[in-house]
Design a protein around this ligand. Sequence first.
Ligand code: ZN
Length: 358
Amino acid sequence: MIACRGCGKTDLIRVLDLGKTPAADHFPRVAEPVCAEEMSHSLAMELCRACGLAQLADDDTIADEPRGVEPQALRDQAGDAIERVAAAGWLRGDSVFEFGSPHGGTWIPLLAARGYTPVKSAPDVVLDCFGIMHEKDQRAAFDTRSQLIRPGGVLLLQYHSLMTIVRQGQWNALRHGHFAYYSLTALMRLLGEVGLRVATAWEFDLYGGTVLLAAVRENVHHDDVVDRILATEEEFGITDPEVISDLQRRADLHVEELRSWLESESSGGRSVFGYGAASRAVALFSRAGLDARLLAAVADASPAKHRRRMPGTDIPIISPAELLAANPDRVLLTVPDLLAEVAARYPELDGRWQVDGQ
Ligand SMILES: [Zn+2]
């Protein structure tokens, strides 16, 4: 990429390079052999040294992000978020427009319950919950949101924090179709460019650390919460390429550890299956060069994925019933957050779970 998606300047530096990977949301049929084209999509993150926006370097995949089932955690957080915004007096007016996310989930019913009417122009409240990260042209997307708000209205923008991604080594947050990874530091600048000022923010544990901010067109000074987040980001070095590129080390280590654990299980004669044909496992499995010899199959609750395989590998996706019938020695759980749920649902697998990355 030549120019920053946020500020248009050309001072970009690569901070994470996962090489050629499969598209994360295309699960080929199990009979379809792995081909070179399938593995041909570059996946890398760049950081803009001018505005501090971390971004997807390039994306030659076709967006195919399925509207997933909204997890309960996301619904609970939405209710909590609206409560906190209302209590702080930031729910203005009585009309709302929402920029949706392909991940599903909407806050409209929560606002309708508070008397809000959805409108297409000049809303008092503009909602964006994990929506804007899916926009290729970030500058244009910020401008669209700013232009839409009625004078005196408010933008409520929720995002997975880059601080969380880097601090917790969440390198597989980097995905095709996810064009931007935000710090509050970068957002202050990018929103400022389109005439919006950040007034306050709320933090949530969702995805390890999610921030919701309120931005307005009038001249406000931000509050102590914003000051505290900005100070934490500065101390951490959130706009420093060397700091962000710790993600590369974490990615390489994760791949090596998974590969060597699977090799040792295999040489010990133990059968290993996976649970969770998640998009986040796609780059991990392909980078680790896994195949059905090391990981016999991956079970997934979604019938749409059955009789398909993990992209870039010959590992088939099976149903949970088939997993139980196979009676594996170990089960690699690709989505750590699911442990309590699957452990309760499949007591037969007690003592066999191996949580990925732990
Ligand atoms: Zn920039």
